[in-house]
Design a protein around this ligand. Structure first.
Ligand code: ADP
Ligand code: MG
Length: 258
């Protein structure tokens, strides 16, 4: 296993280009104040892990980044484009941001290959043949090319999640968001998905991962962020985050999951 030192952002000499910025982001669901002044800067090539108790606002945070949820106050900037009500900006940002969900969200009535080709053909306007060739390339990368003509329901959870990752990659995103991608998987399938995510990280993908897989965090994260009750409570490099948590809430959380 690689050490954090060789893996760290500093060691990889990241450039300073910001891929994702959240500045004073606030969100309410009705009366409920779900995100409270969330600030986050993610540089190109950086790998961020977000953890925290259930209901702390992790999903809401990353869903705001590609406008699956709308924030009410503060700024979200992705690849230099500000997320506002301008549909053009929203489309630009969605094209740059890939998202992988806990429950895969594949289209059940489409084959694996069709799932991967749909957006490239209809959103990117890539000719079908070309889209299929590209999809096969990404399906190979997640080692599932032999399942291309099956339907999602015929695959295991781990296989479906790898398809979901390949489908995102087909849009050639600048940033990948993961929302607990292994939480719905049987234990023996978690590794095959994490291995794909680790490879992606090693290839330099900018990643924001909500996950409680602390082994993954220790191996690939440049920074670990702890959220509680809609706020970022603490962030640090993995070594210091796990070995020297500062706040009591972080300590309590870690004592419960480690
Ligand atoms: P996490 O991903 O950390 O578990 P979420 O971002 O899903 O947390 O949710 C944060 C809080 O917002 C929770 O209290 C949840 O019940 C609430 N919430 C999430 N989605 C909605 C929604 N669509 N409408 C109202 N409340 C919501
Ligand atoms: Mg969640």
């Amino acid at each position: 296993m690689t050490t954090n030192t060789t893996n760290s952002a500093a060691a990889r000499e990241l450039n300073d280009e910001l891929m994702v910025e959240l500045r004073g982001v606030n969100k309410w669901y009705g009366q409920f104040h779900v995100l409270k002044d969330v600030n986050l800067e993610v540089r190109k090539g950086e790998r961020i892990v977000i953890c925290g108790p259930s209901g702390s606002g992790k999903s809401t945070t990353i869903r705001c980044i590609n406008r699956l949820e709308e924030h009410q106050k503060g700024d979200i900037i992705v690849g230099g484009t500000t997320l506002n009500n301008d549909l053009k900006n929203i489309e630009t940002i969605r094209r740059e941001v890939g998202m992988v969900f806990q429950h895969f969200n594949l289209f059940p009535h489409l084959t694996v290959l069709e799932n991967c080709c749909l957006a490239p053909i209809w959103v990117r306007k890539i000719p079908r043949k070309e889209a299929e060739a590209m999809a096969m390339k990404y399906l190979e990368r997640v080692k599932i090319q032999d399942q291309a003509l099956k339907f999602p329901g015929q695959l295991s959870g781990g296989q479906q999640q790898r398809v979901a990752i390949a489908r995102s990659l087909c849009m050639n995103p600048q940033v990948m968001l993961f929302d607990e991608p292994t939480s719905a998987l049987d234990p023996e399938m978690i590794k095959e998905v994490l291995d794909v995510m680790i490879e992606l990280a090693q290839e330099g993908m900018t990643m924001i991962c909500v996950t409680h897989e602390m082994g993954f965090a220790k191996t690939v994260a440049d920074r670990v962020i702890f959220m509680d009750k809609g706020q970022i409570i603490e962030e640090n490099d993995p070594h210091n985050f796990f070995n020297h948590p500062q706040s009591e809430r972080t300590q309590l959380f870690l004592s419960q999951i480690l």
